[in-house]
Design a protein around this ligand. Structure first.
Ligand code: SF4
Length: 410
């Protein structure tokens, strides 16, 4: 049985390190240009070099997105940029536009090329075509059923990558002009405003300001509000199909999302490969996936055409059950203390959960908070503050700290 690659998103250098430490076999990220997801922090060339060195130190891979659909003006500087990526030593490029492939071949750049999901590959003939063009891996469109993916696998030899988790684009993999039309932000040039999740009303032209609700049922309208993809329950089938890479969506998602989703799929993949016969989906993995911000889960097209249950009827907002409190920066075993870089207000008496790389978590009551000078604090409200807290068990830098939202504060 082939071990698939677990591929995690890295919106910035810190998320790249977290993804790798929490179990990703490979990460994908974007530079400041050409990579879609303009809203992510993205990587300078220096950060990319550091990220590549970090990934390779752990024996992992790093792929760079160059998957915008460039207009003529966007091509200026592209060949130099591609050469710089080659010099840095990334393990592959994710592209969508044949023009980018043209430059790669014209400049003799020999990096492995992956075809982005933006290219909408939905059949085996398309994949054979792309093989002839020199592509090494195809990231299949999300709009495919298990049977279709299986047939593509049987009839092609290229590496195949599929999305297993994350947000769904409601149109065909980015073939959407909603964001361009409403706010002049081109989804295919990295600027999608996610207009599909906005609330829409009906307005009669002579009555500006009078908004009539559009209701599909008593809950309102949800025509474009997809739930998030989650294929955890189909992991054995996906591995048995021989898919090469399992991708987690979310370069704009939080550190908490990257760490938690990566470690859940890491545990599930390893458990299945270790003993496929005894493998059972652990309910704790589901619980963990519910602890991150999400819009309820769907298997989208994998188990058959989506229906009304694959849309979220109630709200386009994320469900937020936990707050991401911060990240461990330092551990002092002699004092039983750790330094946390704060991302969300800490209060003395809080009950926190500390998440380890190995999948284990433990709860920790904050009996005291100290600032860097060792002074007692009642709370730490400022992001990026460094705060010393007691820890009952050993921790490591990059362990994450979270707090349940409805946990009462003392
Ligand atoms: S607006 Fe929605 S459907 Fe359109 S490209 Fe953006 S995420 Fe996809």
């Amino acid at each position: 049985m082939k071990k698939p690659e677990l591929l995690a998103p890295a919106g910035n250098l810190e998320k790249l390190k977290v993804a790798i430490l929490y179990g990703a076999d490979a990460v994908y990220c974007g530079g400041h240009q050409y990579g879609l997801r303009e809203g992510a922090d993205n990587f300078s060339l220096a950060e990319l070099a550091e990220g590549t060195e970090f990934a390779h130190r752990y024996g992992r891979k790093i792929y760079l997105t160059v998957n915008m659909i460039p207009h003529n003006d966007d091509l200026i500087g592209l060949p130099d940029y591609l050469k710089q990526l080659q010099a840095i030593g990334v393990d592959g490029l994710i592209i969508a536009d044949p023009g980018v492939l043209y430059f790669l071949q014209a400049e003799g750049i020999e990096l492995p090329v992956h075809l982005s999901t933006q290219a909408n590959a939905v059949n085996w003939a398309s994949i054979r075509f792309w093989k002839e063009q020199g592509i090494e891996r195809v990231i299949l469109a999300r709009e495919l059923s298990q049977e279709e993916i299986s047939e593509i696998r049987e009839k092609t030899e290229l590496e195949l990558e599929i999305f297993i988790h994350g947000s769904n684009c409601i149109s065909y993999s980015g073939r959407c002009l909603l964001s361009n039309y409403l706010v002049n932000r081109d989804a295919n040039r990295g600027k999608c405003a996610h207009s599909c999740r906005w609330k829409y009303y009906l307005v009669e032209e002579k009555r500006p300001g009078e908004y009539y609700p559009i209701t599909e049922d008593e809950q309102g309208s949800y025509i474009m509000n997809s739930k998030d993809l989650c294929l955890l329950e189909y992991l054995p089938e996906i591995i048995n199909m021989g898919i090469d890479s399992l991708k987690i969506e979310g370069r704009m998602k939080s550190l908490h999302y990257v760490a938690n989703v990566t470690r859940v799929y890491r545990r599930a993949i390893d458990a299945y490969l270790a003993n496929p016969v005894a493998y059972r989906l652990d309910p704790l993995w589901w619980e963990e996936l519910k602890k991150i911000n999400q819009r309820d889960y769907t298997t989208a097209f994998f188990a058959g055409p989506p229906t009304t249950v694959d849309h979220n009827y109630h709200s386009s907002a994320y469900q937020r059950n936990f707050d991401f409190i911060g990240m461990i920066r330092e551990y002092r075993p002699e004092k039983g203390e750790a330094t946390v870089e704060v991302r969300h207000k800490l209060v003395r008496g809080d009950l926190l959960e500390i998440i380890g790389f190995d999948g284990e978590s433990f709860t920790q009551r904050l009996d005291y908070l100290l600032n860097e000078a060792g002074e007692q604090l009642e709370s730490a409200p400022h992001p990026r503050q460094l705060i010393r807290i007691p820890v009952d068990r050993p921790v490591q830098p990059y362990y994450l700290v979270r707090r349940e939202r409805n946990e009462p504060r003392s």
